[in-house]
Design a protein around this ligand. Structure first.
Ligand code: 3HC
Length: 293
């Protein structure tokens, strides 16, 4: 079955990015959020990104109009009932994802493929909330979605080989490089990235270096585009905290354990860029300053 219409559930940072690349690749795309203001916020962000691409001459104004024309927003879950593929990018919590897919399973035809953008939950456990685990995969994108080249395509022991191949082809149509991953918690990237990020916090806790020096070390010493503490603020400290807890629960290894400082920052509402405060203060977004603890 050829994918023509794509549903994206969740229109936050990841969902909006996924909807943008889907529409840009020529798919009719419907993005669903729970409230009209969240739909509007997601679509406005996409429009801003498209305007920037036109300004830079990456795409024409006509192409931008066509992409926007392929994209609709909705709060009504039933509007996804004629999608060939639905990609979920909602909050990283298992009960919410299972409930969503149980609902989608009832309203979508049996042929619709379901995908979760989860970064750490077990795909098998989400798929088990439906009667179509054979048509269920993980499609794990990276932030910012329009820029990052990778999609991890995750198969469970139940995923039908033809569905898996179709999802690899879909990732390629989005202009992404795909990698194949098994349904192991954190897949490939987060299995390696999360312990590194958590170790950067532990290094800070232990006084190995300052916030700026830890970041500069990895940027200039290893050629990373962002230092680990800047990247943590970018991804969201709450997101990293959820992921670390899920991975620790699964593997019971210290390298996945959330450092006390991370927990305290999340409890204080310091979630990184999105709340204006994390390891840096973003009062002046162009010139963030390191926090003092
Ligand atoms: N949306 C769309 N485009 C964006 C963007 C956004 N949010 N942010 C930046 N861009 C574009 C810019 O327009 C620019 O495009 P151009 O080259 O065509 O002009 C390009 O990206 C580079 O941006 P800038 O020049 O402003 O800034 P940088 O060179 O510093 O790049 C960055 C920004 C791409 C974010 C870079 O710093 C980077 O790659 N950082 C690391 C990001 C990363 O590691 N992401 C993965 C996080 S882990 C994850 O998502 C998994 C999850 O499960 C936790």
């Amino acid at each position: 079955m050829a994918i023509q219409k794509v549903g994206v559930v969740g229109c936050g940072l990841m969902g909006a990015g996924i909807a943008q690349v889907s529409a840009a690749a020529g798919f009719t795309t419907v993005a669903r959020e729970v409230a009209p203001e969240l739909v509007e916020k997601g679509l406005k962000g996409i429009e801003k990104n498209l305007a920037r691409l036109v300004e830079k001459g990456t795409i024409t104004a006509a192409a931008s109009g066509e992409i926007r024309g392929r994209l609709t927003g909705t709060t009504v879950i039933d509007d996804l009932n004629d999608c060939d593929l639905i990609i979920e990018a909602i909050i990283e919590q298992l009960p919410a994802k299972r409930e969503l897919f149980a609902t989608l399973d009832k309203i979508c035809p049996p042929g619709t493929i379901f995908a979760s953008n989860t970064s750490s939950l077990t795909i098998t456990e989400i798929a088990a909330a439906t009667k179509r685990p054979q048509r269920f995969v993980g499609l794990h994108f990276f932030s910012p979605v329009p820029v990052m080249k990778l999609v991890e395509v995750v198969r469970t022991i139940s995923t039908e080989p033809a569905v898996y191949e179709e999802m690899l082809a879909f990732g390629a149509k989005l202009g992404k490089t795909t990698v194949r991953a098994h349904d192991s918690t954190g897949f490939i990237v987060n299995r390696l990235l999360v312990p590194y990020l958590l170790d950067a916090i532990r290094a800070l806790e232990e006084g190995v270096g300052s916030i700026e020096d830890i970041d500069s070390s990895m940027k200039l010493g290893c050629g990373h585009p962002m230092g680990p503490l800047t990247l943590l603020d970018f991804v969201g400290l709450d997101t990293t905290y959820y992921i670390a807890n899920i991975m620790f629960e699964e593997f019971r290894e210290r390298r996945f354990a959330a450092p006390p400082l991370l927990k305290r920052m999340v409890l204080s509402g310091w979630l990184g860029r999105k709340t204006g405060k994390g390891f840096y203060d973003y009062a002046d977004a162009q010139n963030p300053t390191a926090m003092k603890f």
